[in-house]
Ligand binder design. Structure first.
Ligand code: ADP
Ligand code: MG
Length: 1583
């Protein structure tokens, strides 16, 4: 046991030591010595800088269950946890530390199991806005940060779901924030349901809230502890309507207030710096002048009842303004102004009463008759002055036989006066409560009506001097604590039972004996009452009785002080309180005398009488004895304050017991009321007093730590080896606890949870940390080893390299040395050799010189001899030569002579022969030359001749010309001659000669001509010949060719050729037919063209003189096709039509009968699709000309229809209410006209009506149609309906607007007057349509938002799509509250699908782009804002990984936006994105904070602070240091104005109507599947 306990005290463990100033201080274990039995632990306390030694023995530890070891600090992961129940070491220091940490992080709320601990921030905190309420509405308590609203919400939901009444008990010291909290809770109830309904605060809710200022004005005052301290207890039941099937939400229907123990003494006395009840100061400051005079009011200083505290004002509070507020609140709860002034009159009277001067005259008291204050007071109260004075200064004692009136002394008189004042005031207060209750229950109380009670009651009080009030208060708290303990215990027990674990009932400090001591039979209260009833009753005799009865050893809760005889001690659960007996009796009795009562009852002031009238208590209400002060004989049975209090308390406890209770404990963190300052000692005291520590003690007795199997296994799996890891969490958990704890008493396995004794979790956590540390060390070890090994290897390699280089260097050096030595030797060798050689050479040269000299001498002598010998020889040789030469010359000369003679003879002979030869060769050459010359000449002459012939030919022609000329001349001259001859016979001889000469010339020329002619003939002949030969040649050639060429075409070939040709023809025909068919199809599209070709219209058009209007528009292609078709037709019937005919009039040709047959049904259908110009002109042009009388009839019929109701019914029924809206499908895309046909048909009807002057009819029709549309769209059955009608309404709006423009234009052309009706009606319709459009838009958006809201949090915040960053869904360390929303129903995909589907729907319905954008942008804004707000309120959630996940989700959304062309909508996601970024940013140094503020520039400091304080450090992430949080907090304070926490969800931008576009044509399309006889008639009559 002791070992086990000591196991967790290892070096470095932190433990807590009590300290006077700080409450508890933390020390670190530094030395740990355990020898045999003795245990010695040394701790060092940093903050105090001292060491503490804990010395004990194991046996002692075993005896005390290790209680004398210092309590251990919780693992750091639990620091600042938001539910104290999750602390592993649950003890005072841990609780204090955690609360303190949270408070300094400005988290004022903390859960402690079922209790909410609320620290008073003493500063405005942005936690109570509408948006925060909305955020908490409908959420489970464990989902969001601890908050008042979470408790209120829990109560509210339980009330609805479990159909059980609820109470919320708010307790705490004065100034701890009880009233404030109760107020917020009430506001939450009033707001949270009405937020859904747009009606806002209802009247009931307003009057419920109005009770606060009233109760506070009359029951609150300024005390040293609280400027607005409630001096009474209050239990307010807020009544709710019963939820029904139809209306499942409930609303406040009324309220009921009960008050407890108003502090009466405050009316007559206030300690220094405190004030009386606010109302008096408000009255003094705020009453209007007239009333002020009537009531004799002055400043507060002039009244004794107000000036004792010396402080009449509260800084920051304007009493006059508060007075107005109070008066308004009184009106709100239904108190008339008249009554209000009656109330104020009583208050004034009380003030004056306090000013009555009572003087002492010996033993008697005396009041001056003309005492102004008394006069004023009595006149205000309407009582008789004399009587009043009499019964203040005298008293009457009734004995058995007579009544004795005696004087009272001054003190008694003052007490009497004050009693009267106190009595009246308390009655007034009760009256107010009663009136308020009557008023608040106006709606009538239903049976079984549910309520939530809010109890705002003073907490445990313990002062230096405690009196009757404290006794009562502490008694009440004792009872509440008992209830609380029982409740906690019951819950605990329930859980154990539910989890089916073995447990044995563990005793806890039950305070029943203490309660018995106070309220039991013959308890303190009984004795007090008994004593009070005795006429001689006195405090002293009471205390003696108490001592006698209780100062016995068996009574553990009562103690007699060691000194003095005027006090007693009660050992309350919180602490021991010493009560001073002084005034107990007096305060308990607290009555006015019967005589005084009679005086008051005889007042002339009716209101006063009503106020002090005491009602008979209801018969059933036995527990509540009648009020004090009843006159008459029953005075002996007069109930005392104590018994009244006890009675009401018993009743309260009954009520509370019947309800489900929720607890809020308010704590005042410092006495100076400064913001966010923490004083540990008082807080500790309050924690003890409010029972938080008590509950902790209870749960510690059982199994305080519990966690779900899955969570447990998930966190501690690493404590067992991996081979024991099993997928079943229960098995794994069992394996873990078996291995690690191994003590059956320390844990229990429940059904869904595993339970641990206190401290086991910390132990496990410690093991886990150690295990993690071990793992980390192992990893570090290996990593370090790897690092060092790498370093070593590198160094080794480096060393080797260095060595290598050094050795190389050395070797090189040695080598160099060796080389140098060798070189030196070589040089020496050579030098030496050179020197030796030189000497040798010198010797050798000398030897040679000597030799040579000697040899020279010898040679010289030899040479001399030789020379003389040679000279002799030369002489001999010369001579011998000369003689030989002489002989040779002589013989040679002779020989030459003989030879030359002979040669001369031979040469001469030869020369003769050669000469002859030379002569014959020259002749030959000459002839040769001559011949050549001749050839040249001949060729030249030939050319000349040719030229000549040419010239001759020329000459011939010339001559022929000349001959002709001469002939002519001759004929002329002949004629002349003949004439002349006749005239001048004689003529001259000369002339005759001339004639002869000419004749001769002529003959010559003729001859020449003949010659030339012959020549010509010859030439001709030649030419002929040539031609002939050419012919011959040609023939030959032809022959040759013919022999080679193809033989003549065969017969069969010809046949095949023909067949092919035929085939071609057939094919052509087919083509033509086909073309004709296509042509018909074209005609369907172009109806006019069809008409022109139809059998009836065709010929008419063609033969008619007027050109067909659309003929020019016929395209060339069409013409071509027509021609082709005609040709084909012609071919089909060749017998009847010549080609010429066909070519002449192809258009006229009627199409083949088969084609006609096909065309007729088509034609009738196409008639329905009528597309003509919008303008009237267009309609008229066709109307009278072609249709004639039939159309006129038609028009009449349509006008009749227009006037009929049937049309309207048809429109509303078929086009609106029961319209089968074309659904957007993936296969077919509906065309514009298929979507907009309702708008256009309605538009067409409007146009028709206007044309027929049926404006008013149109107006009423449109009103009904719009109503129908509105009804249809407000049902929100389907998005399609809304989208379809939003689109259609807009289209209709455009159609109507265009029509109006046309009307206006027409009106301008009209001479005057009748601009009116149609246009006005259209304007009205336009206006209504505008509204309808806006309404549909807003209605739909609201509906979409509603659907979207459920999706946002799971999809954007909780959805985890990045696999690497999954964090546990529950977020917290141990999800005690089990299943959080782990089954995240929606993913980001689904959200995007939702949006995509919506976007597609709108696209399919051709919604105006601006509208689509607005809708999508607005939805994205909602996504951004709600996700952001949720993130800001979410607890245990904001981790680094979440940040990454959310960023990813947001980026998905952004992608979606950009891909859908609404990039601007991403702006609305930026805050969320920045919040997510903030989570992922570093948060360790002040610079990081700077960065965070830079990055998150869209978030205000308050939001950043909130996010940072929410930041939850997961494993291995360092938690935020308090210093950083302080820096952030200081920045947040700097910017006061930007302290909104949540973004405004409701602040939607206004709907911007898209600009209207002109509609050129009104489609008259009626879907084939609809039968709309009337509309069709109307529409078809339009052309
Ligand atoms: N939640 C709160 N936020 C801000 N200030 C608070 C809050 N609760 C209490 N206070 C401050 O503390 C003062 C005392 O609160 P009050 O509710 O009157 O205390 P009690 O009723 O417990 O005596 C208030 O006047 C207010 O200034
Ligand atoms: Mg209060």
């Amino acid at each position: 046991m002791a070992e086990k306990a000591l196991e967790v005290y290892t070096k470095g463990s932190e433990a807590w030591f009590p300290d006077e100033k700080e409450g508890w201080v933390m020390g670190k274990l530094t030395t740990r010595v355990i020898a045999d039995d003795a245990v010695k632990l040394g701790f060092h306390i940093d903050s105090l800088g001292k060491d503490v030694i804990v010395e004990t023995t194991k046996t002692k530890l075993n005896d005390t269950k290790a209680a004398d070891l210092p309590p251990l600090q919780n693992p750091p992961a639990l620091d600042g946890i938001d539910d104290l129940a999750f602390l592993s070491y649950l003890h005072e220091p841990a609780v204090l530390h955690n609360i303190r940490l949270r408070y300094l992080q400005q988290n004022i709320y903390t859960y402690s199991g079922i209790v909410l601990i609320a620290m008073n921030p003493f500063a405005k905190v942005p936690l109570y806005g509408q948006d925060v309420m909305r955020e908490y509405s409908g959420k489970r308590r464990e989902e969001l940060e601890p908050h008042l609203f979470a408790v209120a919400e829990e109560a509210y939901r339980s009330m609805i779901q479990d159909k059980k009444n609820q109470s919320i008990i708010v307790s705490g010291e004065s100034g701890a924030g009880k009233t404030q909290s109760a107020r917020y809770i009430m506001r939450y109830f009033a707001t949270v349901e009405s937020a859904g309904a747009s009606s806002g605060e209802s009247e009931v809710e307003r009057s419920v809230l109005a009770t606060n200022p009233i109760m506070e004005a009359f029951g609150n005052s300024k005390t040293t502890r609280n400027d607005n301290s409630s001096r009474f207890g209050k239990y307010m039941e807020i009544l709710f309507s019963t939820p029904t099937e139809k209306n499942p939400s409930v609303r406040i229907t009324g309220a009921k207030i009960r008050t407890y123990l108003l502090e009466r003494s405050r009316l007559i006395f206030q300690p220094a710096t405190e004030r009386n009840y606010h109302i008096f100061y408000q009255l003094c400051a705020g009453a209007p002048a007239a009333e002020r005079k009537d009531l004799g009011l002055g400043s507060w200083e002039s009244f004794f009842y107000l000036n004792q505290g010396g402080m009449g004002t509260i800084p920051g509070v304007d009493d006059a303004a508060e007075f107005v507020e109070t008066s308004k609140a009184l009106s709100d709860v239904g108190i008339s102004l008249q009554t209000q002034w009656a109330i104020f009159k009583i208050c004034a009277a009380l003030l004056h009463m306090g000013n009555i001067k009572i003087e002492a005259k010996r033993d008697e008291s005396h009041i001056a008759d003309d005492d102004a204050a008394m006069q004023m007071a009595t006149s205000l109260l309407g009582v008789d002055v004399k009587e009043f004075k009499k019964w203040i200064t005298k008293k009457q004692i009734i004995t058995r036989s007579e009544k004795i009136v005696s004087n009272v002394n001054q003190y008694q008189a003052v007490v009497g006066r004050d009693s009267v004042a106190k009595f009246i005031y308390s009655m007034l207060f009760d009256w107010l409560v009663k009136v308020i209750n009557v008023n608040l229950a106006k709606e009538g109380v239903e049976d079984n009506q549910r309520f939530i009670g809010v109890l705002d009651i003073y907490g445990f009080e313990h002062f230096k001097k405690n009196s009757f009030e404290q006794f009562c208060i502490n008694y009440a708290n004792e009872k509440l604590q008992q209830e609380f303990n029982a409740h906690v215990f019951k819950l605990e027990q329930e859980e154990y039972v539910a989890e089916k674990i073995n447990w044995s009932f563990i005793d806890f400090n039950d305070n029943q004996p203490c309660i018995d001591l106070i309220e039991g039979k013959l308890g303190i209260l009984d004795l007090l009452d008994e004593e009070s009833r005795l006429p001689s009753g006195a405090d002293q005799s009471l205390i003696t009785k108490l001592y006698q009865r209780f100062a016995v050893p068996t009574q553990k809760f009562f103690e007699k002080p060691r000194f003095g005889q005027s006090a007693f001690t009660v050992k309350h659960y919180a602490t021991d309180v010493v009560y001073d007996i002084d005034g107990f009796i007096e305060k308990n009795k607290d009555t006015v005398s019967d005589e005084q009562m009679a005086v008051l009852n005889s007042s002339a002031f009716d209101f006063l009488k009503e106020v002090i009238k005491i009602e008979e208590p209801p018969v059933s209400d036995v527990a509540s004895p009648p009020r004090p002060g009843r006159g008459g004989a029953s005075s002996m049975k007069k109930p005392t304050l104590g018994s009244i209090f006890k009675g009401s308390l018993v009743k309260l406890m009954e009520t509370i017991r019947q309800t489900e209770v929720h607890y809020i404990r308010c704590i005042k963190p410092n006495m100076a009321k400064t913001a966010f300052t923490f004083e540990p000692i008082p807080v500790l005291q309050q924690l003890r007093a409010c029972g938080v520590l008590e509950t902790i003690r209870i749960s510690c007795a059982g199994y305080p730590s519990r966690t779900g199997y899955e969570d447990f296994a998930d966190r501690y799996y690493l404590l067992v080896p991996s081979n024991q890891w099993s997928p079943n969490p229960n098995q794994l958990t069992e394996a873990i606890v078996k291995k690690v704890i191994n003590d059956d008493d320390k844990y229990q396995m429940g059904l869904t949870k595993v339970f641990f004794r206190a401290g086991q979790m910390a132990f496990l956590e410690k093991l886990r940390t150690e295990r993690q540390r071990a793992c980390v060390i192992m990893i570090q070890k290996n990593v370090r080893a790897a690092i060092y090994r790498r370093k070593y290897l590198r160094m080794r390699a480096a060393a080797i390299t260095i060595q290598k280089h050094t050795r190389g260097h050395l070797a090189r050096k040695q080598y160099k040395d060796m080389r140098e030595t060798r070189a030196a030797i070589k040089i020496q060798k050579n030098v030496r050799a050179w020197l030796a050689r030189k000497r040798f050479n010198r010797f050798r040269d000398a030897a040679i010189k000597i030799q040579s000299t000697y040899r020279m001498a010898r040679a010289q002598s030899e040479a001399k001899a030789l020379r003389s010998l040679r000279a002799a020889i030369i002489i001999q040789r010369v001579y011998r030569g000369y003689s030989a030469r002489k002989a040779y010359k002589a013989s040679k000369a002779r020989m030459v002579l003989i030879q030359s003679c002979f040669r001369r003879r031979i040469a001469i002979k030869e020369m003769k022969v050669l000469k002859a030869e030379a002569r014959s060769v020259g002749k030959l050459k000459e002839t040769n030359y001559k011949l050549e010359g001749k050839v040249v000449e001949l060729s030249r002459t030939l050319a000349e001749r040719n030229e000549e012939t040419a010239r001759n030919a020329e000459k011939i022609t010339h001559l022929e010309d000349q001959v002709r000329v001469w002939k002519e001349r001759f004929e002329k001259s002949d004629a002349v001659n003949k004439g002349a001859a006749a005239k001048t016979e004689e003529g001259s001889a000369e002339l005759r000669n001339e004639l002869v000469a000419v004749k001769a010339d002529k003959e010559k020329a003729e001859k020449e001509l003949e010659k030339l002619g012959v020549m010509m003939k010859r030439r001709d002949e030649k030419i002929e010949k040539l031609e002939e030969s050419a012919k011959l040649l040609k023939e030959e050639l032809a022959k040759a060719k013919a022999e080679k060429s193809v033989p003549v075409m065969k017969k069969e070939d010809e046949e095949a050729y023909m067949a092919l040709k035929k085939e071609v023809v057939v094919m052509r025909e087919q083509m033509a037919r086909l073309l004709a068919g296509k042509y018909r199809a074209d005609r369907v599209a172009d109806s006019m063209l069809a008409a022109s070709l139809s059998p009836t219209d065709g010929p008419a058009t063609a033969s008619g003189s007027q050109p067909y209007p659309l003929e020019n528009t016929k395209s060339a292609v069409n013409m071509q096709i027509e021609m082709d078709m005609a040709a084909a037709a012609a071919k089909a019937r060749p017998r009847r039509h010549s080609f010429g005919e066909g070519a002449q009039s192809p258009v006229l040709e009627p199409p083949p009968p088969a084609a006609t047959g096909e065309m007729t049904p088509r034609k009738t259908r196409t008639n329905m699709i009528i597309d003509t110009a919008f303008a009237n002109g267009g309609m008229n042009s066709t109307g009278p000309m072609s249709a004639g009388a039939g159309v006129m009839l038609e028009a009449e019929r349509s006008v009749r229809i227009l006037e009929e109701k049937a049309l309207e019914d048809e429109i509303i029924d078929a086009l609106v209410t029961n319209l089968r809206i074309p659904l957007p499908s993936t296969q077919t895309v509906a065309t514009r006209k298929e979507i907009f046909f309702p708008a256009h048909l309605i538009g067409c009807t409007i146009v028709q009506m206007l044309r027929n002057d049926l404006a008013t009819r149109m107006l009423s029709l449109m009103t009904n149609v719009m109503k129908a549309i509105q009804n249809l769209t407000m049902k929100f059955e389907d998005d399609y309906v809304s989208a379809f009608w939003l689109s259609n309404c807009y289209e209709l709006l455009c159609v109507v607007r265009t029509t109006r423009e046309r009307e206006r234009a027409k009106a301008r052309t009209r001479p005057s007057g009748e601009t009116g009706e149609a246009e006005r009606a259209l304007d009205k319709v336009l206006n209504d349509l505008d509204y309808l459009l806006i309404e549909i838009y807003h209605g739909w958006i609201k509906e979409l938002k509603k659907r979207l809201t459920n999706m946002i949090t799971p999809a954007v915040i909780e959805n985890q799509s990045l696999p690497g960053y999954i964090c546990k869904q529950s977020g917290g360390l141990w999800g005690k509250w089990g299943k959080s929303s782990s089954a995240s129903q929606f993913t980001i995909e689904q959200l995007l699908n939702f949006l995509s589907k919506l976007s597609k729907t709108m696209r399919c319905y051709y919604m105006e782009d601006t509208m689509t954008r607005q809708i999508l942008t607005e939805l994205l804004r909602v996504v951004g804002v709600s996700a952001f707000n949720h993130l800001l309120m979410r607890k245990n959630f904001c981790t680094w990984k979440r940040g990454v996940q959310i960023q990813y989700n947001v980026s998905r959304l952004e992608e979606w936006c950009t891909s859908h062309g609404i990039a601007e909508a991403t702006l609305h996601l930026q805050q969320l994105l920045q919040a997510a970024k903030l989570l992922t940013l570093n948060k360790t140094s002040p610079q990081d904070i700077e960065t965070i503020f830079d990055v998150c520039f869209l978030l205000n400091p308050t939001q950043i602070k909130k996010l940072l304080s929410l930041y939850y450090a997961a494993d291995f992430d360092s938690p935020l240091s308090p210093e950083l949080l302080k820096i952030v907090a200081s920045r947040a304070v700097l910017n006061e104005k930007s302290d909104i926490l949540l973004l405004d969800l409701e602040q939607a931008p206004d709907f911007v109507k898209p600009a209207s576009k002109p509609v050129d044509t009104i489609e008259r399309f009626v879907p084939t599947w609809m039968s709309l006889p009337n509309i069709t008639t109307v529409v078809s009559s339009a052309n």
